[in-house]
Every structure is written in structure tokens, then in C-alpha cells.
Design a binder for this molecule. Sequence first.
Ligand SMILES: [Zn+2]
Length: 280
Amino acid sequence: MTEIALVFLGTGGGRFATITQTRRTGGIRLTSKDFNIHLDPGPGALVYSIKAGLDPQKITGVLVSHCHPDHCNDAGVLVEAMTRGMIKRRGVLAAAHSVLVGNEDCDPCLSKYHQTMPELVVDARPGVSFDINDMKITAAEAKHSDPSAVGFRFEVEDVGDIAYTSDTEYYQGVGRPYKDVRLLLLCAMRPAGSPWKGHMTSEDAVKIVNEVNPEMVVLTHFGMKMIFKGPAGEAEFIQQQTGVPTIAAKDGMCLNISEKIEVQTHKRETRGLDSFLRST
Ligand SMILES: [Zn+2]
């Protein structure tokens, strides 16, 4: 059976978790023998990728869910890595319309220059599907302050499906595009009792999990209120309310997905950045 590894190069989200780096904001790396995808490269994606021993030049896809810095800041440098320094047409760049073109609220956050070298550039509007190394990925609607924001569903052959909601508030049907995935990754920015328009609280997460019916839920993308309240306790609340095993991601955490979904006990940080820099 194919095995997928998910490495959380950051679990922070929102302005203050980002500018203080209370939690890292490098996004998530999904790898298997067939693909190597970076999802939402916020500040730190490049540095923590190298620190974790995940060569950014091996990336075959860069996915960006919307135009806010905690999701797109490092997209340009990762595209440069994916295209071997902008000299090889290589890989897939799939990004929300706001990221590539801009919209009423955001200027594009990836330059035209960076959009020229990927082999395929996908304007990931809700419902749009595309392939990365034969894996089908579909963009899904998110309701966030960037009106072009999308989540993604990954259909991984002989493993099952994974979904990532990105930042969204709950609305009826938000979970429909992710129905019955094995693993649901939620951008659980806020704890229960602290709603904020366009963002997800733990109560929203409960409703989304009930719509999706996944095998397992992982919370990530924590804002300051969530970090202070304790993401592990919020995960427990969501698990109690839904009956679905739920954990809160930690920086550097690695999940292995094959027949089972397991948390690797050691963090994916095989060498320190200092020794890496000394050795090069
Ligand atoms: Zn965010």
C-alpha cells in the first residue's frame, strides 16, 4: 500500500501567531513515492522545509489556498526551488484566483515571473480539478475574508482521500466537497466561544466534522486565542462532540497514512539549521 507522510512545518495562523512566531507558519508538506506537495507556504516554509530535511527542489506541486501572508508568503521561493532556480519548466502551481490574478480585496501575491515556470498553473476556483503526478485534487469553496479562498480535496490512489479546509467559517454544505475523506485537516483558528467572521471556531469544527464524517481529524493553523486556550483541549472537545478521533497538530509533527493513520513519535527535524548551514 502507498504510504503518505504529512509534515506540519507550521501550525500557527493569523496575524499575531505569525508575526510573533508563537507557532511556526510554514504550512504542510505532503509526500509519497509519487508526489511532493507543499500546501500553504506561509513565512518559514522554505527554512523549516530545509531544516526538516525535506529538499524543496524535490517539490512537484505548490498549493496556495488564498492571498494572506500566513498562507502564501513563501510561495515565490518555493516555486523557484520547484523549478530549480527558474531554469526548468517543472511542477504544478495551483492557487486561488486572488493569489494569481488578484480580486477586489487583494493584489496578486505571486509575480508574473513566478507564474511563468511551473509546467502547469491552475486558477483554483471552487470545483476546479487538476492532477499532480496522477493524484486528483479538487478545489472547494471556503468563506473567508479573501473571497477567493479555497480548500482542497486530495484523492490518493489506494490510500484514500485527504481534505484541507483552509480558513473558513461554517456554512451549511461547507463539508460537502470533503464528504467521507479519511483525514480532515481543519484550520481551527479560534477556540470554542470566540467566533470571528470568516474563521473557524471549535463549534464550527464540530459541525464541519459532522458533515464530512472523516476517519480522523487534525486541527492546525492556530491563532493566539486558540494557542492560549490550548489546542489539545479543543481537540478533545471536538472528539467528544463528534465521536471522531481528533488531535491538535504540533510544529514538526509527522503523520503517516497507509492502512492506519499514525503520528510519528519523533519530530521531522533530523538536523539543526546551524549544522546544515555549516555543511554547505
Ligand atoms: Zn490564515
